[in-house]
Design a protein around this ligand. Structure first.
Ligand SMILES: [Zn+2]
Length: 151
């Protein structure tokens, strides 16, 4: 049996303040069920890339929501903003940070896409770890809290 949980909490990034990406990574680690370190690491990288894209190229508040499927272990991230333009992934050699970020998202996600909303869009990504169930994922290692300081 598979069950989903989540979507009840959201992380919102408002305009006009320094974007709190460190706080976003701590939030996602706190609200998700326990994951193995590698899975959590991938989720934190992807959520940072999606939120950065939405903040730098979108409009209005950036709203991050999530849900988890426990069998198999899988995390769905959704990042919504009011911007109308669609993100486009560039080649890895691209000098555009935006394109590079989405290539990373594509590498770490089983699938990702863009869904038009009544206002703006939602960019979503599903990150699997290959574990048959979430308990197996969480048993692999203690979750780590990734919070690198900008250098
Ligand atoms: Zn997992």
């Amino acid at each position: 049996m598979s069950s989903e949980s989540g979507a009840s909490s959201a992380f919102t990034i408002e305009r006009g303040t320094p974007p709190p990406f460190g706080a976003l990574r701590r939030w996602i680690a706190r609200v998700l069920p326990p994951l193995g370190a590698n899975h959590l690491w991938a989720v934190q990288l992807v959520v940072t890339e999606l939120a950065t894209n939405a903040y730098e190229h979108g409009a209005g508040p950036v709203r991050v929501t999530w849900s988890v499927t426990d069998r198999p272990c899988s995390v769905l991230l959704e990042v919504q903003d009011d911007g109308e333009d669609r993100p486009v992934a560039g080649p890895p050699a691209s000098v555009r940070p935006r394109g590079r970020g989405l290539v990373l998202v594509g590498d770490l996600s089983r699938e990702w896409g863009v869904r038009p909303e009544e206002r703006g869009k939602t960019v979503w990504a599903r990150i699997d770890c290959g574990a048959p169930m979430i308990d197996a994922c969480s048993a692999r290692a203690e979750p780590i809290i990734m919070d690198p300081e900008p250098c």
